[in-house]
Design a protein around this ligand. Structure first.
Ligand code: SF4
Ligand code: SF4
Length: 404
């Protein structure tokens, strides 16, 4: 685990402890703190220890000196945007470190910067095959274990809290928001397609997901050990890196199209093309947490007033103000609708039983799924790739000749 990964992990865990503390769940804060201290004590790994040494005082200072508007009373949109930006910053640093590592390997120089294993999160097919190997063969891949861990972590967020990963953590969603806002500064018009076109376009991401699942599910179980042991799997991440670092004309055109889509329509990429969004959209139907409208408090039924603030705030164009439960696969649990609602009791993310989960509780769930699982995997020795740099350096020189 690199220093950037360790620091991000410890900052996330300390913030998770703070969120638990502020919500009155002191046991949650103590448990998170003990997990973090335990991880450092068990591994005696200096990046983790240094990460905790930075994150713990930062969390204590936040608790002691930050104004209430940043602790107990933090607004939904502030919390979500702050989280998205911090995670995106961490991923940017990871990407820079990984690019340096890859360029050094390509030049035949032994890297002086470690490869951040979290980049394996961008290998969903490898992650899917590894999960299949674990389930069907009890085979635990040691080449890109983080791919399976991160895929499992994202799947867990989908089961727990709908597409909260998209709404609260995904850096691509954040980039899409910026592109859309930038476009709106110059061209004010909305270009949302009509409903008859929107629906088939939304299905595109499910087609892409189907194609990815077909590769994973269609691979016979007995061929998986051979695949996981092969050179292609060893450099799957390098293939991806070279694809991004030295894009060809067709790749650039595809990037341009994706960026144009994100600028053209709010959440255009998430809505129409992202297979992760499709996977989480399907899982979201099973999630017990949904946006629920309480008609006893909503201004429409309770006071007979006209109100559609929740609907107007929704970036996914979901009609919220006429529903009691939002079941849409496009709902990212971003809680913008809740933030916009003038009656706090009228709208919230909650269970069918009526129990509500506030925005801090939702973030705590997302952080726990995204960071506790990788920490457990790291402690169990199922995070760091066991492929030596010397082999990666050898293989990257002949990368174009290595196929499936
Ligand atoms: S319904 Fe609410 S939580 Fe869901 S996407 Fe729309 S604004 Fe976000
Ligand atoms: S914004 Fe609140 S009060 Fe207005 S329609 Fe939506 S749930 Fe009801």
């Amino acid at each position: 685990m690199t220093f950037i990964e360790s620091l991000t992990l410890m900052l996330a865990l300390m913030y998770l402890a703070s969120l638990s503390y502020w919500s009155g769940q002191k046991w949650g804060a103590v448990a998170t703190l003990l997990c973090s201290l335990g991880a450092v004590a068990i591994t005696l790994y200096w990046p983790l220890a240094l990460g905790l040494l930075i994150a713990l005082p930062a969390a204590l200072a936040l608790n002691r000196f930050a104004p209430d508007s940043l602790k107990h009373d933090i607004k939904i949109n502030t919390l979500r945007e702050g989280t998205q930006h911090l995670l995106a910053l961490s991923l940017l640093l990871v990407a820079i470190q990984y690019t340096i590592n890859t360029l050094l390997l390509k030049q035949g120089i032994t890297p002086w910067l470690m490869r951040p294993d979290v980049v394996d999160a961008f290998l969903p097919i490898a992650g899917g095959i590894e999960l299949k190997a674990i389930i069907s063969l009890n085979l635990w891949d040691q080449t890109h274990p983080a791919a399976a861990v991160m895929l499992a972590a994202v799947l867990i967020t989908g089961l727990l809290c709908k597409r909260a990963f998209c709404g609260w953590a995904c850096p691509l969603g954040l980039v899409g928001e910026y592109l859309y806002s930038f476009r709106k500064r110059f061209i004010k018009a909305e270009f949302a397609p009509p409903a008859w076109l929107d629906w088939p376009l939304r299905m595109l991401k499910y087609l892409l997901l189907f194609a990815l699942c077909y590769i994973v599910i269609g691979m016979p179980a007995q061929t998986i050990p051979h695949y996981l042991d092969g050179n292609y799997h060893k450099i799957a991440d390098l293939k991806m890196a070279i694809f991004f670092i030295t894009p060809g004309l067709i790749t650039l055109l595809c990037f341009g199209l994706v960026l144009a889509l994100a600028a053209w329509r709010r959440q255009g990429f998430c809505r129409y093309l992202c297979p992760y969004g499709a996977m989480l959209g399907i899982l979201s139907f099973a999630s017990p947490l949904k946006i629920r409208r309480d008609t006893q408090h909503c201004l429409i039924e309770a006071k007979g007033m006209k109100c559609d603030k929740c609907t107007r705030a929704c970036p996914a164009n979901i009609i919220v103000h006429t529903k009691t439960t939002v079941r849409s696969d496009e709902c990212q649990a971003c809680m913008r609708c809740v933030a916009a609602c003038p009656k706090s009791a009228a709208l919230g993310l909650g269970l069918k039983s009526g129990h509500r989960l506030g925005h801090k509780g939702l973030l705590a769930l997302v952080l726990a799924a995204l960071f506790m699982l990788p920490l457990g995997a790291y402690l169990a020795g199922f995070w760091h790739s066991q492929t030596p740099d010397s082999i990666r350096m050898e293989l990257i020189q002949v990368i174009n000749r290595i196929g499936h």
